[in-house]
Design a binder for this molecule. Sequence first.
Ligand SMILES: Nc1ncnc2c1ncn2[C@@H]1O[C@H](COP(=O)(O)OP(=O)(O)OP(=O)(O)O)[C@@H](O)[C@H]1O
Length: 230
Amino acid sequence: MKLTVAGLDQHYGSAQALRGISFEVEPGQCLAVLGRNGAGKSTLLKCLAGVLPVTRGRIALDGVDVTRAANHRRSLAGVAYVPQGREIFAELTVRENVLVAARAHGQPTQAAFDEMVALFPVLGEMAERRGGALSGGQQQQLALARALVTKPKLLILDEPTEGIQPSIVQLIEDVLKRLKGALSILLVEQYLDFAAAVADGFVVLSRGQVVDEGPQSAMSRERLSRFMSV
Ligand SMILES: Nc1ncnc2c1ncn2[C@@H]1O[C@H](COP(=O)(O)OP(=O)(O)OP(=O)(O)O)[C@@H](O)[C@H]1O
């Protein structure tokens, strides 16, 4: 799925958080959105997922304008969003968490769950545990499984590596690399090595504006460290 973002502005009351943001994600590609805390990255993703209204500009999926579409309509169109903080159901089991997400897209089957366990084996071991009882890294894998079980065409991820141990970061990197091509990915990330390993290109936000952009080959620490928090 192709994502087109053109001239996007967003305001929190009188405070402008996004200023004329424009970029594209080509089908099957991964674009990393980089920038310091407070640059506007999470706000941008919320606008794209349809959980925050934009003030001005245009968002299109494969050329179809969805700027004013509700989040469930974007979800049905193939957009899956994993917010920072993961938002799994703490009281439901791991299996129920995955199947509830699958049901919203018409296929709450054991096969759908098994497919997610093939990507994230720990979810099979934890199938009957409550989501809230999982570690942070396990919850992130569950959140990714809940997104992927809907068979998205565009996966929007807000800092999937935040607070997660290196072995799980590596697992998530491997999964995203394997899936890329079949779906498009928009990835907000503070961890430059992970972003450079997964993404095909990047944009940098600062104070709500795109201040740099380029291909994966230009994602060097020298070029980007002044825009990063770490
Ligand atoms: N609900 C809100 N109400 C008012 N201002 C907000 C709200 N959420 C974010 N902001 C402001 O909007 C700007 C962009 O914040 P945003 O969370 O999008 O940045 P970010 O780049 O994602 O940073 P972080 O990595 O810390 O989440 C910041 O100045 C922030 O203080």
